[in-house]
Ligand binder design. Structure first.
Ligand SMILES: C[S@@+](CC[C@H](N)C(=O)[O-])C[C@H]1O[C@@H](n2cnc3c(N)ncnc32)[C@H](O)[C@@H]1O
Length: 265
């Protein structure tokens, strides 16, 4: 294994005692679907892994794997060999449980790891990440690390919460501040990936999809067998998210970059 030392530290405590308490994770999972904590759940993950277009046996790093849904799918449906990392202890504890429940114990490697501490070199055919980089301020450093970790011709595929290029509404500013997010616009991400050395294949604003997923998730929330106060608070959160996306400040981006092959340039 080529990952570095444990990622324990201030960021981990921030995640585990803030957005990703065990209780919050389980609540999110009810909305997104078993083993997922990101927009579109399993259906979206399957589509994106397909897009990665890697041969069975290829080696993939799932960055910020959460409960492991994508990593499990990569192994089960696509025959990929996956290292999955996450910084949150709460996430990983549940992911280990879910791994066993899925009958995949020993088949997907789960590590408690800060992605900024990855020390792998020329090790992966693909790096996949879903809605994680919003938590990370040092994005230039992040993409330099990924570039190093990929083999020549290796692919980086990720989705992330993004922002518009123009000025932000007060509501959006407060939301981002409360969550401690570090957001980029899709064009900013395009530049970051390019500057790190990747050929940018895709840097798309897919907010329409995000709205469609969020609307479906809102319907799910209405059907859940949960405490009414919890339902109301989830409904409010999801409706606000949809409104922010509809008015244009909150965006969702999808990105694919390829590390040039050794004989390029
Ligand atoms: C919105 S969740 C998405 C989880 C998963 N990718 C999914 O699709 O269900 C974001 C995840 O990123 C993880 N994360 C945040 N900062 C991280 C870091 N620096 N290194 C590794 N994981 C991180 C969080 O703990 C959380 O599990």
């Amino acid at each position: 294994m080529v990952l570095a030392h444990s990622g324990a530290g201030a960021d981990q405590a921030f995640l585990d005692s803030g957005q990703y308490t065990r209780e919050s994770i389980l609540k999110y999972e009810l909305v997104y679907g078993v083993n997922f904590v990101s927009p579109g759940g399993k259906r979206c993950a399957a589509r994106l892994i397909e897009k990665l277009d890697l041969k069975p046996g290829s080696r993939v790093l799932d960055v910020g794997c959460g409960l492991g849904g994508s990593a499990f799918l990569m192994k089960q449906k696509f025959g990929l060999n996956v290292d999955a990392i996450d910084l949150s202890d709460n996430m990983l504890e549940l992911a280990r449980l879910r791994l066993t429940e899925a009958g995949l114990a020993g088949q997907v490697s789960l590590y408690n790891q800060n992605c900024l501490d990855i020390e792998a070199k020329n090790a992966y055919d693909g790096i996949y990440s879903r809605d994680v980089f919003l938590h990370i301020k040092e994005k230039e450093r992040l993409f330099a690390i990924f570039f190093e970790a990929l083999k020549p011709s290796g692919k980086l595929l990720f989705t992330d919460y993004c922002c518009s290029e123009g000025s932000w509404s007060e509501d959006f500013t407060q939301y981002v501040k409360r969550r401690g997010y570090h957001l980029c616009s899709a064009p900013e991400y395009r530049n970051l990936i390019k500057e790190a050395g990747f050929e940018v294949v895709e840097a798309a604003d897919v907010t329409k999809q995000f709205i469609a997923f969020s609307e479906a998730e809102l319907k799910t929330i209405r059907t859940l067998d949960i405490d009414e106060n919890v339902r109301e608070s989830l409904k409010t959160d999801w409706q606000r998210k949809i409104d922010r996306a509809r008015t244009g400040t909150q965006r969702w981006g999808q990105f694919l970059g390829v590390k040039p092959s050794e004989n390029t340039g």
